[in-house]
Design a protein around this ligand. Sequence first.
Ligand SMILES: Nc1ncnc2c1ncn2[C@@H]1O[C@H](COP(=O)(O)OP(=O)(O)O)[C@@H](O)[C@H]1O
Ligand SMILES: [Mg+2]
Length: 180
Amino acid sequence: MSNSSDSEQGTQERKKPNILITGTPGTGKTTLSQLASESTDLFHINVGELVKEKSLHQGFDHEFQSWILDDDKLVDELEETLSNGGNIVDFHSCEVFPERWFDLVLVLRTDNTILFDRLKDRGYSQKKITENIDSEIFQVILEEARESYPAEIVVELRSNTIEDMQSNVTRIEEWVEAWN
Ligand SMILES: Nc1ncnc2c1ncn2[C@@H]1O[C@H](COP(=O)(O)OP(=O)(O)O)[C@@H](O)[C@H]1O
Ligand SMILES: [Mg+2]
C-alpha cells in the first residue's frame, strides 16, 4: 500500500480523531492509552499485541528479542479502522504509519533512571534495557515522529510520575473535546 497515493483524503472524512501515542518501551504508552480510551470513548489499538495476534510479522529476531514487523500487512490490517477515525494507536515506533491517519501524535518521554527501573521490573535483559535507554537518551522516537508528521501535530509529553499520567489524560480529553 502506498503511503502517498491517497493523501488527499485528509481528515475531512473522519467524524472522530485518531491519536498516535508513541515512545520508547516503558514510557507508559499502554497505560495512558487505556486511561484515555476509557474517558474519551476512542478505541485503543495496542499495535504490539495486534502484531503478535494476527502474525503481522516476518518472524522473531532472536538477537533483538523482538518481532520483525511486516509494515505492509500492518498498514493493510489497520487501514479501514483508521479511515473511520476514533482510535488511539499505541506503538513504540511511528514511521510505519501513513501521515494522513493521525490528527495528533504524542511522544512520551521518561527520565533514564525511572525508565531503567520500569524495564528492569519488566524482566528485560541487560542488552534490551541498554538499547532502550540509549534510544530514549538520543530521542530516537521523537526525531522519528518529527520526520514523519507535521510539526504542529507532534507533542512531547513527560511521563515520569502518576501526576504526569493524570495531566496527560486530562490533556487528551480536552484536546478530543476541542476537536469534536
Ligand atoms: N507516568 C507514569 N508514572 C508512573 N508509572 C508509570 C507511568 N507510565 C507508566 N508507568 C508504569 O510503567 C510501566 C510501563 O508502562 P506501560 O504503559 O506498559 O509502557 P509502554 O506501553 O510504553 O511500554 C507500567 O508498570 C506502568 O504502570
Ligand atoms: Mg505497551
